[in-house]
Design a protein around this ligand. Sequence first.
Ligand code: NAP
Length: 473
Amino acid sequence: MVAAANEKQLLVGGKWIQTGDWLDVRSPYSGEVVGRVAKAGADETRNAIDAAERAMQDPLPAHKRAEILVRVAGALGRRHEEAAKLISDEAGKPLKAARVEAARAMSTYTFAAVEARKLAGEMVPMDAAQAGEGKLAFTLRRPIGVVGAISPFNFPLNLVAHKLAPALAAGCAVVLKPASQTPLSALLLAELEQEAGLPPGWVNVVVGKASEIGDALVDDERVKLITFTGSGTVGWELKQRAPKKRVNLELGNATPVIVAADADVSLAATKVAQNAFSFAGQSCISVQRVYVERAVYDTFVAELLPLVEALKVGDPAEEDTDVGPVIDEGARERILDWIGSTHGEVLTGGSLDGELIRPTVIANPPADDKVSCEEVFGPVCTVTSVDSVEEAIDLANGTRYGLQAGIFTSSLDNALRAAQELEFGGVTVNEAPTFRSDQMPYGGVKDSGNTREGPRYAVREMTEERLVVVDLP
Ligand code: NAP
């Protein structure tokens, strides 16, 4: 069961505003309205940019920014269950996964607070060159300016935290546009920042028509950086349309895992079962493609299938649910279509359990099947037998994506070869590539993006280096 509908206004310039127009937020599981949010357009977005610009004219010192970030982390700790419930209601995320997300958001704010206090430039060794003799030089890290942040539905709290917290640590005001399907968690974070003492204008949240809000952020020269997490189609187009801004992209993946013949096969099967279907596969690093050396393929599949079939599919609000709904009917139809069109063998799943897609494992699909080369973003993984780790690496590299990949092996040679040859932003060894801890540098190469998040790295992106040269007497 979902919570009673709650009504939320937008935060612009420190004021909660109505617009006369509303957007319903529905549970992806039951279709019930779980909240409604005032709907913004280009005008509210421009007002929000005005407010952000005004806020930055009165900079907040680093210790105050750090104190606010710490207070938000504390509030998230105190309101953990409420935050988890909100994520679960609006995204359809099983409660146990929603609790992990809420705890991670606290960690993201805590790390951002540390970065706010550490933010500093560096000394330049001037007398290392003849031209520099007699000079002292150092750099300052200055906030880049107003940040436009756009976030997806699948981690509605923690991925918003990964935008708001580093921006504040860097000294930047933000105009945030959360996903229309999941704006409630974002508004909760904005509320917590305000309660923590953030002055007006430093965080503004506008919810509404994506293209209208996106255009306003792209067109306004005062927005110096757009930080976008979502699909490649939208992200790369935004970057193309804003050549004078920094446009940082965190995009999708078709996450591969290699299981070498010398791996702990039980560990690999357990990790794949846990990480291919959690939140119905709707994580950008959900395990999707598993390449298993032939010698252990049958054992691996025999261990994996019972674990997958034991996952509980159902209401995300129930404590023991592992796999809930995908975000909407369109996504469900697309995923079923991709399963239906595969040339691989469906070993389990492939059909509906009520309205929900059962966890699905497909054996040996060709490399050009949709489930092999595109991001499924659903409760589906493939298992493919290969002759060698080398072949597995080639297949893993064979898509346009490059976010995270993993290998299970007991050989140092295999592990180091994978670390060097997998063309991804991150490689995990004896851990599923779905693993993320919030201080890590996280981001992709190829079509998966062009930046790294994690407060330390995001703060670097959200600041500019200014050189100061002093002539010594
Ligand atoms: P999406 O459809 O691209 O939406 C992401 C955000 O962009 C939403 O806020 C959306 O608004 C907005 N948007 C859509 N069209 C826009 C436009 N023309 N201008 C400006 N903003 C626009 O992605 P999604 O379905 O929410 O998320 C799933 C994707 O995100 C997957 O590909 C997943 O892999 C990726 N992802 C990547 C990471 C990472 O860290 N690398 C993390 C999580 C998810 P509306 O909601 O109003 O349409």
